[in-house]
Write a protein that binds this ligand. Structure first.
Ligand code: PLP
Length: 383
């Protein structure tokens, strides 16, 4: 109930400290199974200063809108696109929904179908529900990448788009996007790449010499990319990214917003009122860290992944699901549920799905945290 007399600030914080004690925090190093991280300190300052900016009404906040456009452009250039169209949105879910919406609206197909890998994120289930697009699942190969032949076999006259994943949620697998792109070009179907996680990893890992497939607008079939600054981009939640190759995709989802201060403007995003501060924080981080800054962050994460995978291989009672492609390492065990329960009891923020526990080497995950986790795992396995 709302109290009749308001509480003081001190009372509020005392209560919140008590109530939120059960939350795990990123800087404790205990959260190993999340794709989020503690936001970069610069981003926190930016958010505090520009907290009131609303990108839903860009007539009021023209500067913020320009900054968002520049952030989209910088991300587009990172993805080998000269002129980018899109928005900083609430996350990968919204970005994926926008891509499917654009493909569907442009297709003119009455009973639209989208082909996507079995490994796709559940956000596509929301897209299906909202947009009445049938999901056609493509099977995976033994290495958990999508089977490109199966994708091709599932194309029909109703196919409005194909999805490839650059960094699957469970295993960090990068699909064979070049082959998917070839198919997309051959059949004249747009390809959406869900790089919500991998978008802020792959360009830097490639620059460090890691052998990873191309996944972005370098490939002709790729028409849209989801890339989330609030994952490996180190931006505060909410900050997702949707980037389109051409304006026509934005035109297909733009809605007229007539009553705003900017006069007749168009909105493509699902959300109306939306945080300008987060988009400004994305811009600030891209400028502040630069390519080299992100490369350093990704370098450490990739090293941790390699090291951790070797440690798992050396243990009895657990096994590696597959060699990591990105900074995600997943392991299985006959006793997975018990191990999950015991690890959680010891305060680790992990979870078991689809037969494995996933460790995401986010920037807050340091070698000492991984060592401490492995010590606990060894103790649990001995019991
Ligand atoms: N796509 C992929 C590959 C993801 O891993 C995730 C989240 O983990 C999403 C989309 C959804 O992102 P969000 O939770 O920011 O909406």
């Amino acid at each position: 109930m709302i109290p009749k007399e308001g509480m003081s600030e001190d009372e509020i914080f005392a209560e919140l400290e008590k109530r939120l004690r059960s939350d795990l925090t990123f800087n404790s190093g205990k959260i190993l199974g999340s794709m989020c991280t503690y936001p970069h300190p610069l981003a926190q300052k930016v958010i505090q200063r520009y907290i009131d900016r609303n990108l839903g009404d860009p007539g009021l906040h023209k500067g913020s809108k320009e900054i968002e456009e520049e952030a989209v452009q910088m991300i587009g250039e990172l993805l080998h696109l000269k002129r980018a169209w899109g928005n900083i949105v609430s996350g990968g879910t919204e970005a994926n929904i926008l891509a499917v919406r654009a493909f569907r609206n442009l297709s003119g197909v009455e009973e639209p179908e989208l082909i996507l890998p079995r490994s796709a994120h559940f956000s596509f289930l929301k897209a299906k529900d909202l947009l009445k697009v049938k999901l056609v699942w493509a099977e995976l190969n033994d290495d958990y990448s999508v089977n490109v032949k199966d994708v091709e076999a599932k194309i029909t006259d109703n196919t409005i788009g194909i999805v490839g994943i650059a960094g699957t949620t469970g295993l960090g697998v990068v699909d064979d996007i070049p082959s998917l792109s070839d198919i997309a070009v051959d059949y004249g179907i747009p390809l959406h790449v869900d790089a919500a996680f991998g978008g802020f990893v792959i360009p830097f890992a490639k620059a460090l010499g890691y052998d990873l497939p191309d996944f972005d607008f370098k490939l002709k079939g790729v028409q849209s990319v989801t890339i989330d600054p609030h994952k490996m981009g180190m931006a505060p939640i909410p900050a997702g990214g949707i980037i389109f190759r051409e304006k026509k995709y934005m035109d297909a989802i733009n809605v007229l917003a007539p009553y705003l201060a900017g006069g007749e403007i168009f909105q493509a995003t699902i959300t109306g009122t939306r945080p300008g501060a987060n988009a400004i924080a994305v811009w600030a981080l891209l400028k502040h860290l630069g390519f080299e800054g992100y490369k350093e962050v990704v370098g450490e994460a990739m090293e941790n992944a390699k090291w951790f995978a070797e440690q798992i291989k050396a243990l009895n009672g657990v096994y590696l699901i597959r060699e990591p492609m990105l900074n995600i390492v997943s392991f299985g065990s006959k006793e997975l549920k018990k191990i999950e329960k015991d690890l959680k009891k010891r305060g680790w923020g992990i979870s078991a799905h689809r037969g494995y526990i996933r460790i995401v080497m986010m920037p807050h995950v340091k070698r000492e945290h991984l060592k401490s986790f492995l010590n606990d795992l060894v103790e649990i396995l001995k019991k």
